[in-house]
Design a protein around this ligand. Structure first.
Ligand SMILES: *Cc1c(COP(=O)(O)O)cnc(C)c1O
Length: 373
């Protein structure tokens, strides 16, 4: 097999042509409004609410600060049920709010939190559930809501992978009490760094907007020790341009995913996720799972093999969040509590996936996986 000349990474950020962005920069330089809910910020909030089919959205400097603020907006305290199979920021947002995470195992089909394991984890101190729609595939939303309603818990979705996903013909961020999005460089829609909270009513939106601006509720009134997590005008302007190209990027992603699915369909010991029901996907990630015995080679060996061929895939999500030193000591971090998450974390590789990836590269990557042993 021919080694690729240029390295292929798991993702490559999408950017519009620079010429398309310049007039927006010109406008910022002309009007001297750089931040604090400027015209581009307002316009992006309006366009995104429409595009995502949600009533209210509040833009943030990044997704992590949106998560931290979402918990504060709903006054979440005590203990929160969450998943260990995610990016570390999910649990860090609890730590920053002095909330104890309760890790619950995931279901094997999509790798999302297993609703049937939630009730057993609830304690008198539990106030909320923080699930993640991993890889952009919807959690078992109805069942999670049912449990939350019975126990009087709030539901905040980490929807960082879910930009543009529709579930049952609705924007997925309409579910739960709040959803947070990330517009980080590596996500399907980026503002270089950026994020948002989606909420359902104007009062909550107002509270979130205060909290992301030091808690200012007026020129001289401060309602809480808020943080500074506002999106600036350059980020918002970039978002407006990126949004124009979103659909063409998703179409390209779909073609790549279809091609991977076809080429990797019949390799013993390699499995892919099923297609989620009633979902318009954003094709944000392409994870495969390596069964060491059936495939004849372990996940890490295949990962190294890809690297030797200049293909830099990533093991999302490995290690589990519950394995990191600051969380490992928690009772719920015990691996006996998280067997499915352990298994997926030890088998997963996310293959390169971005709109500019060529069909030739996909063939090359698939050949390596086919012939690695
Ligand atoms: C990217 C990501 C975040 C953090 O978003 P940032 O914008 O990078 O701060 C949080 N949760 C998940 C699941 C993510 O993938």
């Amino acid at each position: 097999m021919k080694k690729l000349n240029n390295p292929i990474y798991v993702t490559q950020p999408s950017l519009p042509e620079l010429e398309e962005f310049i007039p927006y920069l010109q406008q910022i330089w002309n009007n001297k409004i750089l931040t604090n809910n400027g015209p581009f910020h307002q316009q992006l909030e309006k366009e995104l609410a429409e595009f995502l089919g949600v009533p209210f959205i509040s833009l943030f400097a990044n997704g992590t600060l949106a998560l931290v603020t979402a918990l504060q907006a709903l006054r979440i305290t005590g203990e929160v049920i969450t998943t260990p199979y995610s990016f570390v920021a999910t649990t860090h947002s609890l730590w920053w709010n002095n909330i104890k995470p309760l890790f619950v195992d995931i279901e094997p089909e999509f790798g999302n939190i297993d609703p049937e394991k939630i009730e057993a984890a609830i304690t008198p101190k539990t106030t909320a559930i923080l699930p993640v729609h991993v890889y952009g595939n919807p959690c078992k939303i109805e069942r999670i809501q049912e449990i939350a309603d019975i126990y009087g818990l709030k539901v905040i979705y980490d929807a960082a992978h879910c930009f543009g996903v529709n579930y049952k013909n609705q924007g997925i961020c309409n579910f739960g009490d709040l959803s947070i999005l990330s517009f980080h460089a590596t996500k399907v829609f980026n503002t270089m760094e950026g994020g948002a909270i989606v909420c359902h009513d104007e009062a909550t939106k107002k509270r979130i907007d205060y909290l992301k601006n030091f808690g200012f509720a007026g020129e001289t009134s401060v309602m809480a020790p808020g943080i500074n997590s506002k999106m600036n005008e350059m980020q918002a302007a970039l978002g407006l341009v990126q949004l124009k190209h979103y659909q063409e990027n998703i179409t390209k992603r779909k073609a790549i995913v279809d091609s991977y699915r076809e080429k990797l369909a019949n390799i013993q010991g390699i499995t892919m996720l099923p297609l989620p029901e009633s979902t318009d996907s954003n094709h944000s990630y392409f994870p495969i799972f390596v069964d060491e015995i059936a495939y004849g080679m372990g996940r890490d060996q295949l990962y190294e093999k890809l690297k030797q061929n200049n293909i830099f895939a990533r093991r999302y999500f490995y290690p589990l969040i519950s394995e990191f030193p600051m969380y490992k000591g928690l009772d719920s971090a015990n691996t006996a509590n998280l067997p499915v998450a352990e298994k997926l974390a030890n088998q997963v590789i996310c293959l390169p996936l971005y709109p500019q990836l060529s069909i030739g590269h996909i063939a090359n990557i698939s050949d390596i996986i086919n012939n690695a042993k």
